[in-house]
Design a protein around this ligand. Structure first.
Ligand SMILES: CC(C)(COP(=O)(O)OP(=O)(O)OC[C@H]1O[C@@H](n2cnc3c(N)ncnc32)[C@H](O)[C@@H]1OP(=O)(O)O)[C@@H](O)C(=O)NCCC(=O)NCCS
Length: 190
């Protein structure tokens, strides 16, 4: 059975393994990664697609500003288990993500990807011509979809990350907890 649900922290390992399988280590060099690194994904928009209890697909959306003062989302990465591609799962996941984004009140979604795939969901280069990303990318792959008609009219400028920062573990607190034996699997220091 196929289920689409919000990701939890239990999914992180399987999600990262899937992304490694689909994109390899080069994924961290992508320009879009500059808009994601160190940030939290948008609330409610980290989705997992599960088949019989196993994570077989992932998509996340991130807060950005499309030029000054124009909140939008950046979608990616999206990936489906290579053994299950071309069965419609990617399409299901995209439609679910875009539907949830609209319900949450988001007004536009940007992404960098293959237009021949994403145009079936309504993405095009039409509204990205005066926007640019913080690094190299192929302009014909920089696409946008308006969830509210006309929202990106006149959008111009750099796309920048606006998501909340990820909380970083406090190293001193971790060391103190380890010394006191409060971390699972660790004995107190002698
Ligand atoms: C791209 C991806 C998410 C699509 O998911 P999927 O479940 O395979 O796609 P669906 O089954 O919904 O759709 C399949 C259709 O999309 C087409 N398609 C898939 N990837 C495509 C691409 N990159 N460019 C053009 N068409 C593509 C297939 O040819 C197929 O066409 P058809 O409907 O005419 O037969 C998935 O193939 C994947 O994970 N690929 C590797 C990672 C990746 O490239 N992610 C996207 C980064 S831009």
């Amino acid at each position: 059975m196929i289920t689409i649900r919000e990701e939890s922290f239990h999914d992180v390992e399987a999600r990262e393994a899937l992304l490694d399988a689909c994109f390899g280590p080069a994924r961290f060099q992508k320009t879009c990664e500059r808009l994601r690194e160190g940030r939290k994904a948008a609330d409610g928009l980290s989705l997992a697609i599960e088949q019989d209890g196993a994570l077989v697909g992932t998509v996340r959306l991130w807060h950005v500003s499309a030029g000054p003062d124009r909140p939008a989302l950046m979608l990616g990465p999206i990936a489906i288990d290579p053994a299950l591609q071309s069965l419609g799962l990617g399409g299901k996941l995209m439609r679910e993500a875009l539907g949830r984004a609209a319900v949450l009140g988001h007004k536009a979604v940007l992404l960098v990807g293959d237009a021949p795939y994403y145009e079936r969901f309504g993405f095009s280069t039409e509204k990205t011509e005066s926007l640019w990303l913080p690094g190299p990318y192929e302009r014909h792959r920089f696409l946008a979809l308006e969830l509210e008609a006309g929202y990106l009219d006149g959008a111009r400028g750099l796309v920048s990350a606006t998501g909340a920062f990820e909380e970083k573990a406090d190293l001193a607190a971790l060391v103190a907890a380890a010394v006191q034996g409060q971390l699972p699997g660790m004995r107190p220091a002698a």
